[in-house]
Write a protein that binds this ligand. Structure first.
Ligand code: NAI
Length: 301
């Protein structure tokens, strides 16, 4: 097949000063995109800030012959998001691709989690993804083109000890991704999400070094780039990506049980509970109406 390229396309990558965002930016730029490298700097827990991280990646892109500008705003406010999008518009005149990747961690058990731990993580991940997408939306609609790739996590999809804040934010991103896919459809805006696993400062204290070496961010970014391709068909999907593994992840619903009659008792539920829980013939639904229709179809006989 022909090489997938982004010549003439303008991309924003948030949190692109290191880890996955840096790798996404380098690949998009290498394939011809003009890239806004956004990063507010600071530590994994969201404290501190600085310009070095974004500047370094811009320098790397330029040294490789690509085009990029830095932006140091935080995604966690709508004003910051507006400035990130304005950077793309002012430097390159438009916007085609948005990679929402910025993230922080405040891992702590639910019992010990403070309101601040909750707020900060929701603000950067869920609000951050919404803020930048919202600021970008008019530009994407105007151009009748958009490729949005959001960043969720296995923690959000499946839950993880000590990550109540992070997992809530990350699954919220899935809902946002899917609704933007529906609303963007008539404007050729495709919205998908990845659930990555990669070596970065977020994971280097959690995973053993030999495993980390197999999980380079460069093995995730090609999937992100593919999700930004011109002829991409999918929208509203989630992909688990890491170490060379790539798989679609979906929320599915079993065939369920349709209880007949107008009344339903807890005992009747108990009697068919095994079947209620059976995911053997589970299927994903394209949208909420399709899901509701499955129940209505049963109810109407
Ligand atoms: P990282 O810590 O290297 O990258 C995150 C970047 O976001 C940092 O450079 C940070 O400065 C920036 N950032 C933080 N708050 C920001 C804000 N308010 N505004 C702008 N930039 C901000 O970590 P990594 O692993 O590259 O993470 C990238 C994304 O992937 C995150 O959303 C993370 O939750 C997600 N992820 C990563 C996994 C992994 O295995 N590395 C697993 C699952 C999800």
């Amino acid at each position: 097949m022909a090489e997938i390229r982004f010549d003439g396309r303008v991309a924003i990558v948030t949190g692109a000063g290191g880890g996955l965002g840096r790798s996404h930016s380098l690949l998009l730029a290498k394939r011809g995109a003009k890239v806004v490298v956004n990063d507010r700097g600071g530590s994994v827990d969201g404290s501190g800030q600085g310009q070095n991280a974004a500047d370094k990646v811009v320098d790397e892109i330029k040294a490789a012959g690509g085009e990029a500008v830095a932006n140091y705003d935080s995604v966690d406010t709508s004003e910051g998001a507006q400035r990130i999008v304005a950077t793309a518009k002012n430097a390159f005149g438009k916007l085609d691709i948005l990679i929402n990747n910025a993230g922080i961690l405040r891992d702590v058990s639910f019992a010990k989690m403070t309101d601040e731990d909750w707020d900060k993580v929701l603000k950067v991940h869920l609000y951050g993804t919404m803020n930048v997408s919202k600021a970008a939306w008019p530009l994407l609609r105007e151009g009748n083109y958009g490729r949005i790739v959001n960043t969720t996590s296995a923690a959000g999809l499946y839950g993880n000890f000590g990550q109540a804040n992070y997992s809530a934010a990350k699954l919220g991103i899935v809902g946002l991704t899917r609704t933007l896919a529906h609303e963007g459809q008539k404007y050729n805006i495709k919205s998908n999400a990845i659930a990555p696993v990669a070596k970065s400062r977020m994971t280097e204290t959690i995973l053993p070094p030999p495993v980390l070496e197999k999980l380079q961010p460069e093995r995730v970014s090609p999937v992100v780039a593919f999700l930004c391709a011109e002829n991409l068909e999918e929208s509203g999907n989630v992909y688990a990506v890491g170490g060379g593994y790539v798989s679609r992840v979906a929320i599915v619903e079993g065939q369920g049980v349709m209880f007949q009659g107008d009344t339903l008792s807890p005992e009747q539920v108990f009697e068919r509970w095994k079947q209620v829980n059976d995911l053997g013939a589970a299927r994903p639904f394209a949208n909420a109406m399709e899901a509701a229709a499955a129940a209505m179809k049963g109810a109407m006989g």
